[in-house]
Write a protein that binds this ligand. Structure first.
Ligand code: NAP
Ligand code: GDD
Length: 352
C-alpha cells in the first residue's frame, strides 16, 4: 500500500530534503505552499511535474498556518497517513522583530493543525501520524549537554513559541491518544539553507568574496556555540520517529559544538581566504538575549531509532563552501554577460 504524506513547510530547507526522502520510499507526497508574488518553490522544483502529466510527482496545495480553515480543508482533501509540520517563521533574530506573528505561526499554527487532526481522526476513523518540528532553541540557556530530560529555558519569542507547540503536541497526544512525535532538532544546515542563517551567510560570502563580488561580511556574536549537523541526515530521523510502535520525543544532534568564530575560520580557509581581512562585527546582528551554547545528546535516538549523523562538521562546511563558490561563479558570469546586476551584494553582506 502506498503511504501518503503531507509536508507543511515543503518549500523550506527541511521540507525539500524530506520530500526527496519520502518520494524515494515511494510515498505519495503532498505539500502545503504559501501564495507569494514570486515563485517560492526553488528547493522543490526538481520534484514537481505538470499536474496534467501521467506522473504528477509532488502535489502542492495552497495553505497557511494562520488560516485554520485551509489547514483543515487540505487535511481532509489529502487524507494523509503521515503529517510533518515543518512550517515556521524560523529565524530567531527576526522573531524579536515580529514576536506576535512568530507566535501566531509557530505556536498557534501548530495548535490549528492538531485541532484539525483531532477532528479528522475522529470523523474519518483513520490512523494519522504527526511529526512536530521542535527546536534546541527551547533549551535556550540550559547548560549543555542537552537531552530529552533537560529543563527548557527559551531565550527568544521563537524559542517560547516552539516550546508552546511542543507542549500542545504532548497534551494532544495524552488527551486524545493521537500519534504525535516531537523532534527536538539541533541546528542543521546544507547548501539549501536560507541565506540569512549564519552558516549560509558565511559560505555565501566566502563564495562571493572569492569572485570579487563582495568584500565585507557583517556578523554579530562570534562566541555563540552551536551543534551543527547536515539537514539531509536530520530528516531521516523525522521519518524514523513516525515508524515506531509508540509516539515519543527525541533529541537529534551530533554531540559536537563549535563557535561561530570557528565556523568562520574554517569556511574562509576552505577557499584560501583570511577571514580577518573581511569580517566586520556589526551590533545590529546581536540578539537581545542570546543562546550561548548548544550541544545535544542524541543517545535516545541512537538507541531507539538507530539514528546517527553521517556528515561531520568539516564535511558540511566543505560541501556548503563548494556549492556557494560555484553559485558565485555563475553569478559573476551572468553579471559580466549583462544578464543580472549583482545589486544583492549589499543585502548578501548584511542580511540578518
Ligand atoms: P525554513 O527553511 O525557514 O522553512 C520554513 C517553511 O515554513 C517554509 O516552507 C515556509 O514557506 C513555511 N512557512 C513559513 N510560514 C508559514 C505559514 N504561515 N504557513 C505555512 N507555511 C509557512 O526552515 P527549516 O530550516 O526547513 O526548518 C524546518 C522546521 O524545523 C521549522 O519549523 C524550524 O523552525 C524547525 N527547526 C529547524 C532547525 C534548523 O536548524 N534548520 C532546527 C530545529 C528546528 P516559504 O518558503 O513560503 O517561506
Ligand atoms: N543569523 C545570524 N546572522 N546569526 C549570527 C550572525 C549573523 O550575522 N552573527 C552571529 N550569529 C550567531 C547568532 O547570534 C547565533 O548565536 C548563531 O550565530 C546561529 O544563528 P542562526 O544561524 O541564525 O541560527 P539559530 O541558532 O539562531 O537558529 C537556528 O537553529 C535553531 C535550532 O537551534 C534556526 O534554524 C532555528 O529555526 C532553529 O530552531
Amino acid at each position: 500500500m502506498t503511504k501518503r504524506a503531507l509536508i507543511i513547510g515543503i518549500t523550506g530547507q527541511d521540507g525539500s530534503y524530506l520530500a526527496e526522502l519520502l518520494a524515494g520510499k515511494l510515498y505519495d507526497v503532498h505539500g502545503v505552499i504559501r501564495r507569494s508574488s514570486l515563485f517560492n518553490t526553488d528547493r522543490i522544483d526538481h520534484m514537481y511535474c505538470d499536474p496534467h502529466s501521467q506522473n504528477p510527482g509532488v502535489r502542492l496545495h495552497y495553505g497557511d498556518l494562520t488560516d485554520a480553515s485551509t489547514v483543515r480543508r487540505v487535511l481532509e482533501d489529502v487524507k494523509p497517513d503521515e503529517v510533518y509540520n515543518l512550517a515556521a517563521q524560523s529565524h530567531v533574530r527576526v522573531s524579536f522583530d515580529m514576536p506576535e506573528y512568530t507566535a501566531d505561526v509557530v505556536a498557534m499554527g501548530t495548535l490549528r493543525i492538531i485541532e484539525a487532526l483531532r477532528d479528522h481522526v475522529i470523523h474519518s476513523s483513520r490512523a494519522v501520524r504527526y511529526y512536530q518540528a521542535g527546536s534546541s532553541e527551547m533549551f535556550g540557556s540550559a547548560p549543555p549537554p542537552q537531552n530529552e530530560k533537560t529543563p527548557f529555558y527559551p531565550r527568544s519569542p521563537y524559542g517560547v513559541s516552539k516550546l508552546a507547540a511542543h507542549w500542545f503536541s504532548i497534551n494532544y497526544r495524552e488527551a486524545y491518544n493521537l500519534f504525535i512525535c516531537n523532534g527536538i532538532l539541533f541546528n542543521h544546515e546544507s547548501p539549501r539553507r536560507g541565506e540569512t542563517f549564519v552558516t549560509r551567510k558565511v559560505t555565501r560570502a566566502v563564495g562571493r568574496i572569492s569572485q570579487g563580488l563582495q568584500d565585507k561580511l557583517y556578523l554579530g556574536n562570534l562566541s555563540a556555540r552551536r551543534d551543527w549537523g547536515y539537514a539531509a541526515d536530520y530528516v531521516e530521523a523525522m521519518w524514523l520517529m513516525l515508524q515506531q510502535d509508540e509516539p515519543d520525543d527525541f533529541v537529534i544532534a551530533t554531540g559536537e559544538t563549535h563557535s561561530v568564530g570557528e565556523l568562520v575560520e574554517l569556511a574562509f580557509a576552505e577557499a584560501g581566504l583570511d577571514w580577518r581581512r573581511h569580517v566586520v562585527i556589526d551590533q545590529r546582528y546581536l540578539r537581545p538575549t542570546e543562546v550561548d551554547n548548544l550541544c545535544g545528546d542524541a543517545a535516545k535516538a541512537t538507541d531507539q531509532l538507530g539514528w546517527r549523523p553521517r556528515v561531520t562538521f568539516p564535511e558540511l562546511i566543505t560541501m556548503m563552501v563548494a556549492h556557494d563558490c560555484k553559485l558565485a561563479q555563475s553569478e559573476q558570469a551572468l553579471s559580466q554577460a549583462g544578464f543580472i546586476t549583482p545589486a544583492r551584494g549589499a543585502a548578501m553582506a548584511g542580511g540578518n
